[in-house]
Write a protein of this length. Structure first.
Length: 93
């Protein structure tokens, strides 16, 4: 099963403004942060992340989708932001 990272980001557009406010970053940076978070969770589940697409067995990809769909802006704390934000650039493209 495959899913595009952008599809998961679109599904969570409603939390981007809250993430931006919480970490005092732009909404574009918050979207990039969310992208990085999704990719990192996918990798932690041993899914393949390549070219903006996540792939793997149906059960694990479905679990990832459900997990991401349950996220809200309180999902992330300052430590998450520091680890993800500083290890990988969230700068605006």
């Amino acid at each position: 099963m495959n899913i595009k990272v952008n599809d998961l980001i679109r599904a969570k557009q409603d939390i981007i403004p809250g993430i931006a406010r919480k970490f005092r970053i732009s909404e574009r940076q918050a979207e990039n942060f969310l992208k990085i978070a999704i990719e990192e969770v996918a990798k932690s589940k041993r899914l393949s992340v390549k070219g903006g697409e996540i792939s793997g067995d149906n059960v694990t990809v479905s679990q990832l989708i459900r997990e991401v769909e349950s996220w809200n802006e309180d999902e992330f704390d300052e430590e998450d932001f520091e680890v993800l934000g500083y290890c990988r650039s969230i700068d605006e493209d």
